[in-house]
Ligand binder design. Structure first.
Ligand SMILES: Cc1cc2nc3c(=O)[nH]c(=O)nc-3n(C[C@H](O)[C@H](O)[C@H](O)COP(=O)(O)OP(=O)(O)OC[C@H]3O[C@@H](n4cnc5c(N)ncnc54)[C@H](O)[C@@H]3O)c2cc1C
Length: 276
């Protein structure tokens, strides 16, 4: 933010969206990524901190709605959220960082180490996006199909994330060198188990790939099977075969493969033992 001339705090989402049309604008949420930007073209900062409607968490038996300006600390402290979501929020950075990092920022930043998108992928979250054209709801897998910068180009603002509570079991695991380090690999799963059979499965991975994504090969290997060691080992193998890990100076390729396999089994075991 080396050439910033204007700092604006819109009071409505409509005002924020119409300001975003200008090509020299940047949205400011928690600021942990934005403040590192050295883009000389950015002249105007649109600070979302006065938009109270983006700061609430609404929980019912059927669904959860998280405003884009909800912080990781809010997620940690809220009661009634899936444990996997709370675990992912707690895995992020340190307490001072969690106090400011937001749901919208986690989705829009698009760096390999983002923890929250992995958990949201495993719960089939839907991203709500406002623009001058209106409000659209995009399944998170579609939102992340390209880099979020591309998906949000043209003055789009994330306003919320919605999660339908369809999965009976969800889990999240992060593996890093220390508690405050970026993930080497993170994994999440969502299972809908009925009559002892997995009817629907989501398996998502982050950090070991450039951008968090679902692994359909692992998901398909789980559907129609009984939750248990045999199915989980098969899913782990399918996941490892489907992924080409990105180079990581901290670990070898062989280590990455072993890690993915063991984390997949562990996250599926942990999820299957926890009821939503
Ligand atoms: C030392 C350090 C360690 C960290 N460790 C981790 C970690 O372990 N795990 C992890 O997941 N994250 C971690 N982070 C945070 C991560 O790197 C991002 O900076 C963070 O996710 C961005 O969230 P924010 O709310 O601060 O967004 P900002 O920095 O305010 O914004 C980030 C980007 O998103 C855009 N944006 C923000 N909100 C919206 C919105 N509602 N609509 C459209 N665009 C929007 C901004 O314009 C900007 O491009 C760490 C950060 C630091 C500084």
């Amino acid at each position: 933010m080396i050439n910033v001339e204007k700092f604006i705090r819109p009071e409505t989402i409509g005002a924020a969206v119409s300001l975003l049309k200008a090509p020299d604008c940047i949205v400011l949420a928690g600021g942990t990524g934005v403040t590192l930007s050295r883009d000389p073209n950015v002249r105007t900062v649109i600070d979302l901190s006065d938009l109270q409607e983006l700061k609430s968490i609404d929980i019912t038996d059927e669904r959860i709605r998280l405003g884009a300006m909800v912080t990781m600390t809010q997620l940690r402290r809220a009661s009634g959220l899936p444990a996997a979501l709370v675990t992912a929020a707690r895995a992020i950075g340190s307490t001072p960082l969690r106090n400011v990092i937001t749901v919208g920022g986690e989705l829009a930043r698009g760096v390999y180490w983002n923890d929250l998108p992995v958990a949201l992928l495993a719960m089939d979250a839907v991203v709500e996006i406002a623009s001058e054209a209106g409000v659209e709801k995009l399944p998170i897998a579609a939102f992340l199909a390209e880099h979020p910068k591309k998906t949000l180009a043209g003055g789009k603002l994330i306003t919320a994330v919605e999660i339908e509570r369809r999965f009976t079991h969800v889990g999240y695991l992060k593996f890093a060198r220390t508690e405050v380090d970026y993930a080497i690999c993170n994994l999440a799963c969502g299972l809908r188990v009925e009559d002892g059979v997995i009817r629907e499965a989501r398996v998502a991975v982050g950090a070991i790939v450039p951008l968090a994504r679902r692994i359909p090969e692992a998901e398909q290997s789980l559907v129609g099977t009984a939750p248990g060691e045999e199915a989980f080992v098969r899913a782990a193998k399918a996941l490892v075969e489907a992924i080409e890990p990105r180079p990581d100076f901290r670990v070898s390729r062989e280590y990455q493969r072993q890690l993915m396999e063991s984390l997949t089994r562990r996250v599926l075991e942990a999820a299957s033992q926890s009821e939503q």
